[in-house]
Design a protein around this ligand. Structure first.
Ligand SMILES: C[S@@+](CC[C@H](N)C(=O)[O-])C[C@H]1O[C@@H](n2cnc3c(N)ncnc32)[C@H](O)[C@@H]1O
Length: 247
């Protein structure tokens, strides 16, 4: 038997798994609604089987944070299936809150929230752990699009190995994205901008699609602003939007 290197089986995660105390309504959502959408780490031979019905396209969002982009893009595109991954429990709770409309007083809103979720649970699945743990369970060439929006920049040199864009994760993403599919990366951090350009330059499996500077200076037409994007703009940092085609 070939053993995987230790860090592949149990990668070390350096971010936060939980923040402020999760309020009653959101705890309720985690207990009641998350199990209905949760993807377990098990072999998935076809991503179509994650959803009750076959979908036109399958997309993955890694590190969805508060879930604004995922909630909006999945609501706009009921024909597509979305897998969202986030290790931060408060963020997962927030996504559920956006999907159900339940923000407080869970008991009062329960019936309405359950109805909304029933509608929405058709095209969203959640993996609430480290993305790298799910990768090996997924089949080759299964996603049409992967979103990595405002990943933690880990700006200090000595933390560079923690950055999500690295050779090992790119190899996995190249395996998971269909030929002609898209890897969308957004960042506002100057160090991470350079890092992405450097790691992707001459990558054998990805081609930068930008033809003019407007293509990376402005978000795509179907974009939904995220919390970290708003934070960047408030603090005077200009985000960039890199789109790479899997070749
Ligand atoms: C800077 S935040 C950006 C959140 C969101 N995409 C946005 O734009 O507002 C990065 C997020 O990625 C998540 N994250 C980082 N590494 C991850 C991993 N290996 N697996 C799953 N989530 C991860 C963090 O928990 C955090 O919520």
């Amino acid at each position: 038997m070939t053993l995987l290197p230790h860090h592949r089986e149990c990668p070390k995660f350096f971010g936060r798994r939980q923040g402020r105390t999760i309020r009653k309504a959101k705890s309720f959502l985690l207990e009641t609604f998350l199990p209905r959408l949760r993807l377990e780490k098990q072999k998935i031979s076809d991503v179509a089987t994650c959803f009750p019905q076959k979908k036109e396209k399958y997309c993955l969002e890694i590190g969805f944070g508060d879930g604004e982009h995922l909630a909006a893009i999945s609501a706009d595109n009921p024909q597509n299936g979305y897998i969202g991954i986030e290790v931060y429990k408060n963020g997962v709770a927030n996504l559920l809150s956006l999907m159900t409309g339940i923000h407080q007083g869970a008991a009062d809103d329960l019936a309405q929230g359950a109805a909304l979720l029933a509608e929405r649970s058709d095209n969203v699945r959640i993996f609430d752990d480290d993305a790298r743990l799910l990768f090996s369970s997924l089949p080759d060439q299964c996603f049409d699009k992967v979103y990595l929006l405002f990943p933690d920049p880990w700006p200090k040199n000595r933390h560079a190995e923690r950055r999500f864009i690295n050779a090992e994760n790119l190899a996995e993403l190249a395996r998971l994205i269909k030929k002609g599919g898209i890897l969308q990366i957004a960042t506002d951090h100057p160090i991470y901008k350079r890092w992405v350009l450097e790691k992707m330059r001459n990558h054998p499996h990805f081609r930068w699609t930008a033809k003019t500077s407007d293509d990376w200076r402005y978000p795509p037409a179907d974009w939904h602003e995220t919390k970290y994007q708003r934070k960047a703009l408030r603090e005077g940092r200009r985000p960039v939007f890199f789109e790479y085609e899997r070749i």
